[in-house]
Design a protein around this ligand. Structure first.
Ligand SMILES: [Zn+2]
Length: 79
């Protein structure tokens, strides 16, 4: 740890070592934040996973992905 910067909010993906999903493999609702980006279920309580660069046509934009809260099974063991 080189802590000269206060860690306010670490992206969830980094905190849990989750690989960000490929935005091309996600559905519209997942990209829109309606469905979980990991398990695909409709979100009732959500949390931000982090952002991915999504290239659509000739444009690339940052899309924030949302996942279940509490976090669904992916990347988590036990507890
Ligand atoms: Zn989920």
């Amino acid at each position: 740890m080189t802590g000269d910067r206060s860690v306010a909010r670490q992206p969830l993906a980094a905190a849990h070592r989750i690989e960000m999903p490929d935005p091309d493999a996600l559905t519209g609702p997942q990209l829109e934040g309606w469905d979980c980006a990991l398990c695909g279920r409709r979100l009732i309580a959500d949390q931000s996973l982090g952002t991915v660069a999504w290239t659509c046509g000739s444009r690339t934009r940052e899309v924030e992905l949302w996942v279940c809260r509490p976090l669904c099974g992916e990347g988590l063991e036990g507890a």
